[in-house]
Design a binder for this molecule. Structure first.
Ligand SMILES: [Zn+2]
Length: 204
């Protein structure tokens, strides 16, 4: 009989947090679908801001390969009327958290992903230069899942560990840096819940 102590060890092993490799900017233990839509941050610029986004493709529909396809420039324009509308769009995010909590990484965190567009944070424009973009698969009127909040907290913890220049005070929504133009992750995103989870994950 293995006993409760073994159970605890197994639980710890099963939930050992992912880590970001400082050299490659890649998160361990997640699916990587590397996007061609990225370039270098300006010299000397490091991640100082985390931008949370919401996305679903087509809008309001979950699942399917379409977000991977969009971020890798392989969205078939004839696959859906909306895909035709956004044909040729070259965008990416560093990572996506799907409805079931799966994390997918598209761009190494040290590189510049193309997620914020025209944007400004505290008087500083071009937020892609100094931010990390994380997409949540979601929609305006549908609550995000428990798994997504938990995984966003886990990912954020890994980012805070990897980049000393990131802090919990500098986490915003796309709507905060591009007001009037973008409104994701929408009112369906519960900021208080994220911060409560982060507080739990922070070291004592
Ligand atoms: Zn967005």
């Amino acid at each position: 009989m293995l006993g409760p102590r073994y159970d605890v060890l197994m639980r710890v092993a099963a939930t050992s947090p992912p880590r970001i490799d400082g050299a490659t900017g890649l998160l361990s233990g997640v699916r990587q679908v590397l996007s061609p839509h990225f370039d270098s941050r300006p010299p000397g610029v490091v991640p100082e801001l985390l931008i949370v986004h919401g996305i679903s493709l087509p809008p309001g529909e979950f699942g399917g390969p379409w977000i991977d396809r969009l971020f890798t420039g392989q969205l078939p324009p004839n696959g859906h009327p909306y895909f035709k509308e956004i044909e040729g769009l070259r965008v990416s995010a560093h990572a996506l958290i799907r409805r079931d909590g799966e994390i997918v990484q598209y761009v190494p965190f040290g590189e510049r992903a193309w997620h914020a567009g025209r944007s400004e944070y505290r008087g500083r424009s071009a937020c892609n230069d100094f931010s990390i973009g994380v997409e949540l698969e979601g929609a305006r009127d549908i609550a995000y899942t428990d798994a997504q909040y938990n995984q966003l907290a886990v990912l954020t913890r890994a980012l805070l560990d990897a980049y000393a220049t990131l802090t919990p005070e500098h986490i915003v929504g796309h709507s905060d840096v591009a007001p009037g133009r973008k409104d994701d992750p929408w009112p369906s995103f519960d900021w208080a819940r994220l911060h409560a989870l982060l507080a739990r994950h922070l070291p004592d």
